[in-house]
Each structure stands twice: as structure tokens, then as C-alpha cells.
Design a protein around this ligand. Structure first.
Ligand code: NAD
Ligand code: GDD
Length: 339
């Protein structure tokens, strides 16, 4: 780190977490508070819809697609963490491409506000969806390296917005001197996230299906696709640790943030069943959204630059995840018996 950046890092004003009512944002706020930081936590959702609302944070509602609201949110903060986006699992992003692309307004206005208020650092939550389809058309995928993002052919809608936003961050750094940090998250799971609202990703969806099968005494669950697609999944604690390490690093280009533990969708379901202590049949819905055939994170660069990589094994991270989702299923049943 340069002397200037060390000095900037020593400013101890509040930090802004945009998207704090969301899954990763809620966990990041907890982490920053535990580090003794003052946190301005902002989200568009009504407070009762936030997955976690930490009383120690300065919690605010704002539509960060609007320039004025970004100006207000970023005023007087040291750093900005931009985790606000209209997004979800493959079931959401395949059917809401325009909505996903409109998140460009959030990043654009937050970058402008960060520049205007001369913030110390700006973190952007990018995605493995920036990688080209032609690199992910086989389940036995070659793990994705950061330099494989171009020539570009990202996920339609959501992935294009992420790649464009990364690029805008880069040009704000080059042209305006803003210090930006970018992580490409690979499928993140854990408690306190979407599990039943149409935005849930495979780990949460399958935890819900297993919990409901147990509740109903059913012997089968439905998987989207034939079960052979592959992914790596990162536990949310690793994600938050990585965000903090990348933010405080000198690395000014995008880094993968994911695990290299590649599993098929069938293997994911089996691990969840093992966690729940049950074995179920799988029925396959071949018309459901399935996304790319295979996707894995190459962690050579993050290991070399940060001497760290996400390490929580999937079997371990699924335990608190399943426990939390099974509890949500039980809570929903208690609130609406027979539904
Ligand atoms: P999330 O949907 O739980 O959280 C995003 C939050 O942004 C939501 O609470 C939403 O209300 C808020 N938001 C949306 N529009 C807003 C607006 N106009 N103003 C203010 N707030 C707004 O998603 P997440 O899983 O926590 O993801 C956080 C970030 O990480 C997103 O940028 C996402 O694209 C990225 N990411 C997540 C994953 C993953 O697997 N969870 C993978 C890759 C990238
Ligand atoms: N969502 C979901 N629900 N997926 C299922 C289900 C189910 O019930 N059953 C099987 N799957 C399969 C999907 O068909 C897909 O092949 C795989 O599980 C993974 O689906 P998701 O977890 O929804 O999404 P993804 O991995 O294709 O993409 C996600 O990860 C990106 C980062 O790696 C998305 O959340 C993106 O928004 C994110 O950026």
C-alpha cells in the first residue's frame, strides 16, 4: 500500500453498504460493525423485508438508482461497498433481463457520488456471470481465470450489466483517480438470504425442497435440469472475508471470489439430503432454467496476490444454511397452517 492509501485507510469515518437489506450486504454490515466501523446501511426495501437489520448501524431506505439518493447516501463516508442490484438465481435472471440491466443506474450514480464526495475506496460486487458462455459449455469446465472474461460473451442481461459496471469502475479509476476494488462472486449461499421468493439460487432452493419433503413425508424432490450441470458454491462467511481482504488490498483489477470445489447439481442435492438425514428420489424438470453447463473458479490469482482463498467446504457451509431454511419453512407453516 502507498503512504497515501495507508493514510486514507486510517480515516475512520462511516462506511456505506449499499444493498444492506440483502443477503451478502446483511452479513457484511455485521462484519464491519464487529470490526468497530460505523456503518451506513442502505437498501430500497422496507425495513421489515431486510434479511438482517443491525440496530448498531445507521439504517436507511433509499432508491440508489437515483442520483440524488446516491449523493445523500455517500456523503461523508470513507468507503463505499456496492452490493445493491436487482438480481437472483438463474430462475430470476433468465426472465428479468431488463430489470437486471437497470442495476446499471445504481452503479453509475454511486460511482458519480463516490467521486463527488472523494471517498477513499469503492468496492463493486461483480459476478462469475461476466465470463463468456463459450468457456462454460461443458460440465467438465476449465476453471475460469480472470483474464478469460474477454472476448466478451457474458450471461445475457445480468452478466452484460456486471461486465459493463466493472468497466465503468475501471475507467473511474483511470480517469478520475477513484480507488476501486472488484470481486467476481461465484454462487454464494448461507443463512439470511432468498429461499422462496423466486430469486433463490440452487443451494437455498434445494434446502427448501428437502425441508418441505421431510415435512410432508414425500419421497422425492424436483431438480431443474438433469442434475449434471456443475457449479462451485461459496459460503457467505468466506465471501465477506474475501470482500474485506480485497477492499484492503492493492489489487486494482477484478479477482475471482469463489471456491474451486466443483459439484454437480445432483451432488449438491445429495449433500443437502445428507445434512437433513434423508435420501430422496430426484425428478427432473428439463424445461426449467439451467444456465451454463459448468462453472468453476480458478483461484490462482487470489492465492498469489492475497495468500488466501475461500475454504469452507460445501458440506460444512450447508449445515447452518439448511438449519436456517428448515426453520423458515417451519415458521411459514406456523404463520399459515395448511398453506
Ligand atoms: P440480494 O438480492 O440479497 O441483495 C441485493 C440488495 O440490493 C437487495 O436487498 C435489494 O433490495 C437491493 N437493491 C436493489 N435495487 C436497489 C436500489 N435501487 N436501491 C437500493 N437498494 C437496492 O443479493 P445478494 O446475493 O446479497 O448479492 C449482492 C451483490 O452481489 C449483488 O450485486 C449481486 O449481483 C452480487 N452477486 C451475488 C451472487 C450470489 O450468489 N449471491 C453472485 C454473484 C454476484
Ligand atoms: N435456482 C434453482 N432452483 N436452481 C436449480 C434448482 C432449483 O430448484 N434445481 C436445480 N437447479 C440448477 C439450475 O438449473 C442451474 O443449472 C444450477 O442449479 C445453478 O442455479 P442457480 O444457483 O440458480 O444459478 P447459477 O449458478 O446458474 O447462477 C448464479 O450464480 C451466479 C454467480 O456464480 C446466479 O445467482 C447469478 O445471479 C450469479 O451471478
Amino acid at each position: 500500500m502507498t503512504a497515501q492509501s495507508v493514510q486514507a485507510r486510517q480515516r475512520r469515518g462511516p462506511v456505506l453498504v449499499a444493498g444492506a437489506g440483502g443477503f451478502i450486504g446483511g452479513h457484511l454490515v455485521a462484519r464491519l460493525l464487529a470490526e468497530g466501523r460505523r456503518v451506513r446501511a442502505v437498501d430500497i426495501k422496507p425495513f421489515d423485508a431486510w434479511y438482517q437489520r443491525h440496530p448498531a448501524a445507521d439504517n436507511q431506505r433509499a432508491d440508489l438508482a437515483l442520483r440524488e439518493e446516491c449523493r445523500r447516501a455517500a456523503q461523508g463516508v470513507d468507503d463505499v461497498y456496492n452490493l445493491a442490484a436487482d438480481m437472483g438465481g438463474i430462475g430470476f435472471i433468465e426472465h428479468n433481463k431488463a430489470a437486471c440491466m437497470l442495476s446499471v443506474l445504481i452503479n453509475t450514480h454511486l460511482l458519480l457520488a463516490a467521486r463527488e464526495h472523494d471517498v477513499g475506496r469503492y468496492f463493486y460486487a461483480s459476478s462469475a456471470c461476466v465470463y463468456p458462455a463459450y468457456r462454460q459449455d461443458d460440465a467438465r469446465v476449465e476453471a475460469l481465470r480472470e483474464d478469460m472474461a474477454y472476448p466478451a460473451q457474458p450471461e445475457d442481461g445480468y452478466g452484460w450489466e456486471k461486465l459493463f459496471a466493472e468497466r465503468m469502475c475501471r475507467h473511474f479509476a483511470e480517469d478520475f483517480g477513484l480507488t476501486v476494488r472488484i470481486a467476481r462472486f461465484h454462487n454464494v449461499y448461507g443463512p439470511h438470504g432468498s429461499w422462496d421468493d423466486g430469486r433463490e439460487k440452487a443451494p437455498a432452493a434445494l434446502c427448501r425442497k428437502v425441508a418441505r419433503a421431510l415435512r410432508d413425508g414425500a419421497d422425492a424432490i424436483e431438480l431443474w435440469g438433469d442434475g449434471t450441470r456443475t457449479r462451485s458454491f461459496m459460503y457467505v462467511d468466506d465471501c465477506v472475508e474475501g470482500i474485506r481482504r480485497i477492499m484492503d488490498s492493492d489489487v486494482d483489477h477484478p479477482l475471482n471470489l469463489g471456491t474451486g470445489e466443483l459439484v454437480t447439481v445432483t451432488e449438491l442435492a445429495r449433500l443437502i439430503e445428507k445434512t437433513a438425514g434423508v435420501r430422496l428420489e430426484h425428478r427432473h424438470d428439463l424445461s426449467a432454467p439451467q444456465g451454463v453447463h459448468g462453472r468453476n473458479s480458478d483461484n490462482t490469482r487470489i492465492r498469489a496476490l492475497l495468500d488466501w482463498e475461500p475454504l469452507v467446504p460445501l458440506s460444512q457451509g450447508l449445515e447452518p444454511t439448511y438449519a436456517w431454511i428448515a426453520q423458515q419453512v417451519a415458521n411459514a407453516d406456523a404463520a399459515a397452517p395448511g398453506a
